[in-house]
Design a protein around this ligand. Sequence first.
Ligand code: SAM
Ligand code: SF4
Ligand code: SF4
Length: 334
Amino acid sequence: MTPLDSLGRPLHDLRISVTDRCNFRCVYCMPKEVFGKGYQFLPRDQILSFEEIERLVRIFVALGVEKVRLTGGEPTLRRDLEVLVAKLAAIGDLDLTLTTNGSLLAEKARGLKDAGLKRVTVSLDSLDDAVFRSMNDVDFPVAKVLAGIEAAQAVGLGPIKINMVTKRGLNEASVLPMARYFKGTGWTLRFIEFMDVGHSNGWRLDDVVPAKEIVAAIDREMPLEPVDKDYRGEVADRYRYKDGGGEIGVIASVTQPFCADCTRARLSADGSLYTCLFATRGTDLRALVRDGSTDDEIAAKIAAVWTGRDDRYSELRSAQTEGLHKIEMSFIGG
Ligand code: SAM
Ligand code: SF4
Ligand code: SF4
């Protein structure tokens, strides 16, 4: 039985952070001042094993979850990720996907596809090397990410979605070149408003480029029309090029919140369940997995947490919520 939360939203998708580590230091996610050399990442024994993740996913699926997305940190850094993908793919008819910065995709695409991964979403914030390098802050070149995207497409991990976080003053000038580049490729470019996740990225409302502004800028050059959402809980507002050049999406989590349709649970690498991207506290499922609790007991706990859920942070965002000690994006998995 799919539990409904206190606002009537079903539990439909699950995001799993498989590691809190990353080889990038994106300025909006893992700024170097905070995630520098001395930063303490999770010790190995605190991270869920593949067997533990598989068991939890089976329980979530029995509760109604149909979509599972692997994320992080950078999920492709988790050793033998293909082994986990194969275990999850064997669970049944799941929409099994991955969000990645694309840095290792050229090497890993084939193995992931063979293991049963269905699609990938690749994050890329600019086609301009100088801008991209300044955003990932580890001098990583655009060309390698593009090679990863091509490799993913070549092995059948498409249709690919490209996520671009837009931050005022950093990569606004990259919006149109990105739109031009991906138009007609069959890949959907999605613009994500810079969000106040965590408490280390120095978020200010002034840094957010409103989705409406982006749509208007693209529409002026390449006319767009809105497309209906595919399903309840789809976070992107979709637009298609009037000339048949494909679609773009905007994830306007700051300026047009979509909490009313949020059907997503999140599992951190250390096995805590979060019911909102902006949560300040999670529920420790790892303790239950490791203390001999039965599947039924764990399912009852998850259902109880979901039933009690009333999160709608983005709709309530205000001076008060800004100061909360929220969980970092790299930990909870975007
Ligand atoms: N490392 C992978 C990647 O970058 O795709 C997966 C994890 S990352 C946390 C997931 C998504 O969150 C990425 O598309 C990233 O651009 C986005 N993201 C990270 N910090 C963000 C922020 N402050 N606001 C909006 N999106 C953010
Ligand atoms: Fe790493 Fe992804 Fe965060 Fe960038 S957005 S620092 S690639 S986890
Ligand atoms: Fe869902 Fe929380 Fe984001 Fe609202 S703020 S859409 S409840 S994750």
